[in-house]
Write a protein that binds this ligand. Structure first.
Ligand SMILES: C[S@@+](CC[C@H](N)C(=O)[O-])C[C@H]1O[C@@H](n2cnc3c(N)ncnc32)[C@H](O)[C@@H]1O
Length: 218
């Protein structure tokens, strides 16, 4: 994505803080490009759980994706900002945004994304959510997860510090509940009948982030 497109998406947001966050994310975090690459060429709808400001929806649209996008987040402030941004971009119809908890997923069969969300749920709820997400996959659907994984390294410690600051600043209201390990996620997803791939995805960030891609056996 070029600088002009990034600036266009950034300008959709109302507050200085939101624009700083969006600018930084688009410039440094490879998660949206990685997701766009996985979803390229498919028209299946996308359920984006914990969508925050709806950045993924804007990114995909800017990259030419036209599948229906449904973003869900339990932070009403973020959903409101996401709706304003979608309206400003003329994407009210293309992007549907709902204020709701991840435990109540809308009836949709397609692809599912969970980008930097799981660790805000306790361990048992993570497993329940993964099983629910798996049930929302179409036969050709892909579950794309990006999350920090629990590992004994400095990146994990840097992530813990960042999460402390995010929570203290009020950007993330409920703080971290449980950092999953790769084995925990892999085990739950494989038991749900999915093939699983785990690989590092950090870009320019210092965080211990991984991309986890799960698909029904083909
Ligand atoms: C770090 S942000 C990631 C936002 C977005 N996925 C992205 O990558 O641009 C995590 C988001 O998960 C949301 N979240 C956390 N727990 C949730 C829950 N139980 N139900 C719905 N959303 C949740 C937060 O409100 C926040 O917007």
């Amino acid at each position: 994505m070029n600088r002009t497109t990034r600036a266009g998406i950034t300008s959709l947001y109302d507050t200085h803080l939101q624009r700083c966050y969006v600018r930084g994310k688009l410039a440094s975090d490879p998660v949206y490009a990685a997701t766009a690459a996985l979803l390229a060429g498919t028209q299946l709808p996308l359920l984006d759980i914990g969508c925050g400001l709806g950045l993924l929806g804007h990114y995909l649209h800017a990259e030419g994706h036209r599948q229906p996008y449904l973003g869900l987040d339990h932070d009403a402030r973020k959903i409101s900002a996401a709706r304003h941004a979608a309206h400003r971009a003329g994407l009210d119809t293309a992007m549907s945004l709902r204020d709701g908890d991840a435990t109540e997923l809308p009836a949709l069969l397609g692809h599912v994304t969970l980008l930097d969300v799981l660790h805000y749920l306790p361990r048992e709820r993570q497993q329940t959510l993964l099983l629910m997400a798996a049930r929302h996959l179409a036969p050709q659907g892909i579950l794309i997860i990006r999350n920090v994984l629990r590992e004994p390294n400095w990146r994990f410690q840097a992530t813990r510090l960042e999460e402390f600051l995010l929570h203290a600043s009020g950007w993330i209201r409920a703080g971290v509940q449980h950092y999953p390990s790769a084995d925990e996620l892999r085990g739950t997803l494989e038991n749900a009948g999915l093939d699983v791939r785990v690989e590092p995805l950090r870009g320019l960030t210092p965080f211990n982030s991984y991309l986890i891609v799960a698909q029904p056996h083909r």
